[in-house]
Design a protein. Structure first.
Lengths: 317, 370
């Protein structure tokens, strides 16, 4: 016990200093971090302003919107109305448009992921003649402007029209004014980027994992479903968000290939709101917010897959 | 459990020959270690056997079955990779059960086999963890476990210890040897580390530049290396080589250099007599060079004066970097040695353990009947 005394004494002497040292370190840490945090928060706020304005306006009375800025709503936060949403959904057919958007977007996203993932696996890991040339052609398609393809696609669709009514969801079986036509078009337009993105990701997976699975008795298809797909969730989630947003926000292809107003997605409907009502901002804001809601939800649902590190532990780095 | 036969196997990558005319029979239950410097073709040879590379020429048999055209998944081979290659999204249990699930083994059977393997490797408590929650040593065990549950015809190991720290490596080496005895199966193991080869192998195959140099037991390779490459590669620190001239008479052969003159023992003299007047390469291992003061009594040696360049104390011995005749060489001597850098000391070569090589072919000259 006696031998411990000196060290205890030293500790006691130091004890008074320690909090001061800790405080100094904490201040230094804060000084380094605060500017970064302030900048990031400031940027995020700036970018959020239009969206918040849209959201606030969509709950305001048309007269208020016409006479005062959206920030005035903060003065009387309880003075809100759901009339805009009610009107847009019921009388303007926005509910059906939302449903149409969903019917077009979900299959067009799933199809792209499925086809692109299979193609990317082949490009990344299977040996076949002409592999690199084919991949270059696919990537080359990225630079073809979509507008150039509209007339040939439209003519093709007109020639290939299958003019029978699809039960339940409506529209033709194929051609212009068909959901299937929209799925096919969006899938084709989305594929070059999707294949490019996924091939690069699959290519970066460790070769040992594949070889280990082959030796364990797995076929290419098994390796694809049991190893590649689960490990590629970050890339697939990113692709899913890109493709979903792209199809969901598309106006051009819908305008060309969907002449039937009953099948029109939200983008088309919102455009029509502008033309037919001129300055009815209250309806526009509500409609726009409805169209934003789902992509936002999808983004928040999938963002956790962005967190990298799923590969940690696969191979010793 | 099976024997493995390589018949004149060659592998070319475009114009580069990675493995050339590789001919080797590996017996059932053997622990064969393929060893050589990096780029010597040892890993390629293993991958050819695994079916991960296509053979350019020759034949490979596993048991009696020609496997040249058999895909990797049907060769009944388990491989432990240097990177371990664990599936990161699966638990340890699922990693070990993966192959069995693919082969549609009943669930109860899978559970039994995985827990048996886990018991052998002492990883029973880790079965629910993901690979990223394991240490390097634990991952290595899981990789071994994944191979064991398969009960394959042949186990392949591609430098499985190189990512472990030195202490764990020594421990795992011993465990692998035990595992081999316990599983009583054919092990083929690739490494660049001759210590691993010497400690674990029942037979070692040394490769260089795609060519098989020598195959034999560790003892064989150490005592009777077939050429200068094997002599220099097996044994650590490496064997010393001196260019010398054979002189004297058929019954009294000497090896001469400027300041070196050593007598060849009578038993080895006849083998060197044909080289009288010619140059040869004289080889001697560092452990066969002694400090004269602490020379073991049973040695018939040739004494030599050498200058001490550097001394390295290993605890149980001292490495002396010596200079004689402008040739640098290394001796492992008794730790009591008084040699200090700059000193000149007397060293003794244990000539009964000398080696001789033909300088043109670099092949060993057989000094005594094997």
């Amino acid at each position: 016990m006696a031998r411990r005394n000196p060290s205890t004494a030293t500790e006691a002497a130091l004890g008074g200093l320690l909090p001061a040292i800790r405080l100094g370190e904490a201040l230094k840490w804060l000084a380094a971090r605060v500017p970064i945090h302030l900048a990031v928060i400031g940027l995020a706020a700036l970018w959020s302003v239009p969206t918040i304005a849209l959201l606030v306006s969509s709950f305001r009375d048309p007269r208020d919107i016409a006479t005062s800025g959206w920030w005035n709503a903060i003065k009387s936060p309880l003075d809100v109305t759901l009339d805009n949403y009610e009107k847009v959904l019921e009388t303007e057919g926005m509910a059906r448009a939302f449903f149409n958007s969903l019917i077009i977007t979900v299959p067009a996203t799933v199809l792209v992921i499925l086809v692109a993932a299979l193609a990317a696996y082949a490009f990344a890991w299977m040996q076949f003649p002409g592999r690199n040339v084919l991949f270059l052609i696919v990537v080359g398609l990225l630079v073809v402007p979509l507008q150039m393809t509209l007339i040939p696609v439209l003519r093709l669709y007109t020639d290939l029209t299958i003019d029978a009514e699809v039960p339940v969801i409506g529209g033709r079986v194929f051609g212009t004014g068909s959901y299937a036509g929209m799925w096919l078009a969006h899938t084709a337009y989305g594929l070059p980027f999707a294949v490019y993105l996924l091939r690069n990701f699959f290519g970066s997976l460790p070769r040992d994992l594949f070889e280990s699975a082959y030796l364990d008795g797995a076929s290419d298809l098994r390796v694809f479903f049991r190893i590649v797909l689960p490990l590629s969730m970050p890339a697939i989630a990113a692709l899913a968000i890109f493709q979903f947003l792209w199809v969901w926000n598309d106006l051009l292809i819908a305008l060309i290939l969907l002449p039937d107003p009953n099948l029109a997605p939200m983008t088309l409907k919102i455009t029509n709101l502008v033309t037919s009502f001129g300055s009815q901002y209250q309806l526009l804001t509500a409609a726009a917010f409805i169209s934003m809601a789902l992509p936002l939800f999808i983004f928040f649902a999938l963002q956790r897959y962005f967190i990298q590190g799923i590969l940690a532990g696969a191979v010793k780095g | 459990m099976a024997r493995v036969t390589f018949e004149h196997v060659t592998k070319r990558f475009d114009s580069v020959v990675a493995v050339q005319d590789f001919d080797l029979k590996i017996a059932d239950k053997e622990f064969l270690v393929l060893v050589g410097p990096s780029g010597c073709g040892k890993s390629t040879t293993l991958r050819l056997l695994a079916g991960l590379e296509e053979i350019s020429e020759g034949k490979i048999y596993i048991g009696d079955r020609l496997v040249n055209r058999v895909p990797a998944r049907d060769r009944d081979i388990a491989m432990v990779f240097q990177s371990y290659a664990l599936y990161p999204h699966m638990s340890v249990f699922d990693n070990m059960a993966f192959a069995l699930t693919l082969h549609k083994v009943p669930k109860d059977d899978i559970r039994r086999r995985v827990s048996a393997a886990a018991q052998i490797l002492d990883i029973e408590t880790l079965l629910k963890r993901k690979p990223r929650q394991l240490s390097g040593g634990q991952r290595q065990r899981v990789a071994l476990g994944r191979a064991i549950v398969r009960d394959p015809a042949v186990f392949l190991f591609d430098e499985p210890l190189s990512n472990l720290d030195a202490k764990l490596r020594v421990q795992t080496r011993a465990e692998l040897s035990k595992l081999h005895q316990r599983l009583d199966s054919t092990f083929i193991y690739v490494t660049h580390d001759q210590v691993e080869a010497m400690t674990m192998a029942t037979r070692i195959a040394v490769m260089k530049d795609g060519l098989l140099q020598q195959v034999g037991t560790p003892q064989d390779l150490y005592e009777r290396p077939a050429n200068m490459f094997v002599a220099g590669f097996i044994g650590s620190p490496a064997m010393n080589f001196f260019p010398v001239t054979v002189s004297g008479a058929p019954e009294d052969v000497h090896l001469d250099a400027e300041n070196i003159k050593v007598q060849v023992p009578a038993a080895a003299a006849p083998a060197l007599a044909p080289y009288l007047g010619n140059e040869i390469v004289f080889g001697i291992r560092p452990e066969n060079i002694h400090d004269r003061e602490f020379q073991p009594s049973d040695i018939r040696g040739a004494a030599l004066e050498a200058q001490v360049d550097v001394t390295e104390l290993m605890g149980n011995e001292v490495f002396l970097h010596l200079l004689a005749d402008g040739e640098q060489f290394l001796a492992r001597v008794d730790p009591r040695t008084k040699a200090r850098p700059g000193n000149t000391i007397q060293v003794v070569f244990d000539m009964d353990r000398m080696h001789a090589f033909d300088p043109a072919t670099e092949d060993a000259i057989a000094l005594a009947p094997a």
